[in-house]
Design a protein around this ligand. Structure first.
Ligand code: ZN
Length: 422
């Protein structure tokens, strides 16, 4: 039994789960922050992918327990262990600050997760003890290609164990007051029904609270503009370092897995040696690099000197081009000292009622009434209709304020006004 601040306790009942937790690959998740650079905005957000993964396992275990207790015939009992393993391992392929790295180097944590499960690893050996084809089954659940969609939807749907855990956990560790909902109530009203997981009609208000929590976390935490600013800095550091590597620049400090990352030749072993600490040690050293841009970006990241931002109602390429030209004229870098951002680039999303092909990727939330009729929840709930989808289409541009302020006299008056540099 593990103590857990969100679920109180996490119970491990199978030897396989216990052995998986004790593999080096799973223990690595202790060294990867769940929310990347969010700790620079909400200082409590130091929680790890390890705690989140245990939480997702625990929620899945509780859902299946409830299905078994009620003897629901639509739950295929033989799928318990594969569901628990997939829940526990669903994030095992996350790298340090993974979304930023994925963005720059086009890697994909889901692919790494499957490579770790099926490759030459301790996790693979533990799963093989269950059966020859068992690692492949777990990987199929994560790839969403598993033959029984109900198993996939436990780990990956609009109201899956993954989201339910991260919303509660991220709310707890960031210290925000929204983001909470009645998990126990939701777990009690879930039912397996004709190959899907549905919600009993009486649970509609609990689901409304869950979707409201998701809505608020999206805007207040996941899309916090300051966090986006630190993400931009991180992406720029990797982009600059990758660029320098391709140009043949001689780094004063470069560890083998980072070299492999830049070359695009990362092995599973190399990937598993990457964690937040290794990346931050590199940033600390790169402050002393000869390349001024890389050095400045790393110093900014380490000392939290983030880019400032302004919000715009609309943004077009002509406007950005004009700014980039002006940046060049005053001696700033048009690719690094100006970035734009919108909420659509986010790994988190808001609830969408579901239209093809989204339905296959993320099944919507279905209500089951007493006459055994199924309906999509936003058709029944005014609240959900009003918060579904993306309404606030804002744009943000980010820039180093000190540099611009120092050159303010050479900027066009309208740019000075736009950036509040009067
Ligand atoms: Zn997750």
């Amino acid at each position: 039994m593990f103590k857990d601040p969100v679920h109180h306790s996490v119970y491990v009942q199978d030897a396989t789960i216990w052995k998986l937790i004790n593999t080096p690959e799973f223990q690595r998740l202790r060294r990867i922050r769940q929310l990347g650079t969010t700790y620079l905005t909400f200082h409590g957000a130091e929680h790890s992918r390890f705690s989140h993964s245990l939480g997702v396992y625990e929620i899945t275990r509780k859902i299946i327990d409830q299905f078994e207790r009620n003897r629901y015939k639509d739950w295929p009992q033989e799928e318990k262990l594969v569901s628990l393993c997939a829940s526990l391992l669903h994030d095992v392929g996350h790298g340090p600050f993974s979304h930023a790295i994925e963005h720059v180097f086009q890697t994909d944590h889901e692919k790494w997760t499957c490579d770790i499960i099926t490759g030459d690893t301790s996790i693979h050996r533990v799963l093989r003890e269950v059966g020859e084809d068992f690692p492949g089954k777990v990987a199929d659940v994560i790839r969403k290609t598993y033959g029984k969609p109900i198993v996939v939807s436990l780990v990956s749907s609009q109201m899956d164990a993954d989201r339910m855990d991260y919303l509660l956990r991220d709310a707890y560790f960031t210290g925000v007051n929204y983001g909470s909902f009645d998990l126990d109530r939701i777990l009690r009203v879930l039912r397996p029904y004709q190959g899907a997981i549905v919600v009993k009609e009486s649970g509609m208000h609990a689901v409304e609270a869950y979707l409201m929590a998701r809505y608020q976390m999206y805007w207040q935490v996941y899309f916090h503009p300051v966090t986006r600013s630190s993400d931009i800095l991180l992406r720029q550091i990797f982009r600059r370092a990758g660029e320098l590597y391709r140009e043949g620049y001689r780094f004063g400090f470069l560890l083998p897995p980072l070299r492999q990352l830049f070359e695009g030749s990362l092995t599973v072993e190399g990937y598993l040696s990457l964690d937040d600490a290794l990346v931050q040690a590199a940033f600390g050293q790169w402050i002393h690099e000869e390349d001024r841009l890389l050095s400045d970006l790393c110093r900014r990241f380490q000392n939290r000197r983030l880019y400032k931002y302004i919000t715009l109602e609309s943004l077009d390429e002509t406007f950005l081009d004009r700014l980039r030209k002006e940046w060049v004229e005053i001696g700033l870098h048009p690719e690094y000292h100006l970035e734009m951002d919108t909420p659509v680039d986010l790994p988190y999303d808001l609830y969408k009622p579901g239209t093809e092909p989204d339905v296959k990727e993320k099944p919507p939330i279905l209500l089951l009434d007493e006459k055994e009729r199924v309906s999509e929840i936003s058709a029944r709930s005014e609240i959900i209709r009003s918060i579904a989808g993306l309404h606030q289409g804002k744009y943000y541009i980010y820039y180093p304020e000190e540099e611009l302020r120092a050159r303010a006299s050479r900027l066009k008056p309208e740019t000075r006004e736009l950036l509040n540099l009067q």
